[in-house]
Design a protein around this ligand. Structure first.
Ligand code: GRF
Length: 220
């Protein structure tokens, strides 16, 4: 496409496999964006190492160094703005953002959640799905609003829950699709193809498909 690629700021707290999927998609040429900075609230987050390995600036901004959540977020926001970040991607960031931060970057923050929202928001979405007994779960990328795991939905992947799944096997099956849909959501944003209308996100020029995931299968 040419021009200046969209600059991403990725907020992390842990292992950073979604960050890695974003970096890999960019390096493979499947995502026209650039990770400008990775910011963690945990000093030992493996995601920071992943970033540095790819020559990406990686910052630890210690929440304990600030007297309030807003102050911590103000510093994060300033670092993001300094680098001209156009989209903030939460990738396993374990803090709930305040209204201040959400408002400052309105519709420029997205998150990935390991369940088919609005089912199973909050922590341990995979375990919640298993405990509830759903036959299909999955993952969701959505815009962030003031409520946790709540904003307008950009893309979802439906993933079957198998008979002998435990939390780890289901989480791994879902994670494989997280790594596919997160870069795709970012690419759609970068291409200017997302339009928010109330709760719905219209995706321009996306091919429609009409088949469903049925689990257990209809035959056999
Ligand atoms: C993922 O399951 C994501 O959906 C959730 O937190 C986890 C982060 O994993 N929000 P990773 O740090 O990207 O490997």
């Amino acid at each position: 496409m040419g021009g200046n690629p969209l600059k991403l700021g990725v907020l992390v707290s842990g292992r950073g496999s979604n960050l890695q999927a974003i970096i890999d998609a960019i390096e493979r040429g499947n995502l026209e964006a650039q990770v400008a900075v990775v910011i963690s609230d945990k000093e030992d987050a493996f995601a920071l190492e992943r970033a540095r390995k790819h020559g990406i600036e990686a910052l630890f901004i210690d929440p304990k160094a600030y007297s309030s959540r807003e102050e911590h977020e103000k510093v994060i926001g300033d670092e993001l703005e300094k680098r001209g970040v156009g989209l903030i991607c939460l990738a396993g960031y374990m803090r709930i953002l305040s209204e201040y931060f959400v408002d400052r970057f309105r519709w420029r923050i997205i998150n990935i959640h390991p369940a088919l929202l609005p089912s199973f928001p909050g922590l341990h979405g995979q375990k919640q799905a298993l405990d509830y007994g759903v036959k299909i779960s999955g993952c969701t990328v959505h815009f962030v609003d003031e409520k946790t795991d709540h904003g307008p939905i950009i893309i979802q992947a439906a993933v079957p829950v198998l008979e002998d799944d435990n939390e780890d096997t289901l989480a791994a099956r879902i994670l494989e699709y997280e790594h596919k849909i997160y870069p795709r959501a970012i690419q759609l944003f970068a291409q200017g193809r997302l339009e928010i209308e109330g709760r719905r996100v219209k995706v321009r020029r996306a091919p429609a498909h009409t088949w469903a995931v049925v689990n257990p299968p209809l035959e056999g």
